[in-house]
Design a protein around this ligand. Structure first.
Ligand code: FE2
Length: 324
């Protein structure tokens, strides 16, 4: 079922085209975050300026014509309202013009489902780590198929924490990968550690690391920040893995691109005889293909939404979205 998906929840405008689960195109345009972070009006303007070009490039890359499309999806949320609206309006316009069934998609379900299927897993324990989210989840059928949150951050997502630290410490503000690179060869210094059951918190460590960056070398601060924050995620994930009796562990989301985090989780999975799974980085970063991927599965299951009900929801909880 040839399906186009549009992702526009934050800095990335992504357009993907899939056919029966196979990704034919995954094109994106990214708003460059300066020292001030994301300014919603400017990010939305970036998406408006690029949406036509990125859609055209996706058709070119997939080598299909708009008239061949059989379905469409867009990110309903969570995300920045003005940014989500760009994808919503574009998708609704295409759906109406071409008479296509349309499916609103939860952004997090997009990351999880494409990672889970690409990793060849049926019902793994999932660690979803991105800018706005940090959650430990497990698929359940009660009362309908959805991801149940077993643990999550009390405050900010780990990606947001790493990006905010990078900006505050005067590092290149582009993403947590800067922290990962700077951490190489660093030595450990003490950092606050907050895990309560299977939940965790990142604001305390952020404040501490920013203060430490004024008096201690950035290499050591970045190293210690990563080691401590990732250990918090690993402790909670290990507890959830044992409690849920899972034999598969899948990691996804923007921070899943971090090789040190992957290495630490691999050690936990291996210690408990669980299979470790992840997907290519192009799907861990925000992208349109994952939205097309989930939209296609929803539409095949008969879950098309009437156009007038195709809304956006800035705080769309992952555990309130049905999985098809
Ligand atoms: Fe994301």
């Amino acid at each position: 079922m040839l399906t186009l998906g549009i992702e526009s929840s934050a800095h990335t405008l992504g357009v993907g085209i899939v056919d029966d689960g196979k990704v034919l195109a995954n094109i994106k345009a990214m708003y460059k975050i300066g020292t001030k972070g994301m300014i919603p009006r400017q990010v939305a303007e970036h998406h408006v300026q690029n949406v036509h070009r990125v859609i055209s490039q996706a058709f070119e890359a997939a080598q299909v014509k708009p008239s061949e499309l059989e379905g469409i999806g867009y990110t309903k949320g969570p995300g920045i309202g003005s940014c989500l609206q760009v994808g919503q309006v574009a998708a609704k316009t295409i759906a109406q013009r071409l008479g296509l069934p349309i499916a609103p998609v939860n952004h997090g379900i997009g990351h999880i489902e494409i990672a889970r299927v690409n990793a060849g897993m049926s019902n793994p324990l999932v660690l979803y780590v991105s800018g706005g989210n940090s959650q430990i989840l497990k698929l359940t059928d009660d009362p309908h198929p959805h991801y149940k949150v077993m643990g999550e951050t009390f405050d900010i997502g780990i990606g947001n924490m790493l990006d905010t630290f990078a900006r505050g410490a005067g590092l290149d503000p582009a993403w947590g990968s800067t922290v990962e690179k700077t951490a190489t060869g660093g030595r450990y210094i003490d950092m606050p550690y907050t895990v309560k059951g299977m939940d965790f918190s990142f604001t305390g460590i952020l404040t501490h690391a920013l203060k430490a960056s004024k008096s201690t070398g950035l290499q050591d601060v970045c190293f210690s920040l990563q080691e401590t924050a990732f250990s918090m995620l690993c402790e909670a994930t290990e507890r959830a893995l044992l409690l849920s009796n899972s034999d598969e562990l899948c990691i996804c989301g923007g921070v899943a691109q971090n090789s040190r985090l992957k290495q630490m989780l691999e050690a936990i999975a291996s210690e408990h005889g669980a299979k470790m799974g992840f997907t290519e980085n192009q799907y861990n970063a925000d992208n349109g293909a994952m939205i097309a991927f989930v939209a296609e599965r929803s539409l095949k299951a008969g879950a098309a939404s009437p156009l007038e009900k195709c809304n956006i929801e800035q705080r769309y909880r992952l555990d309130s979205a049905r999985v098809y």
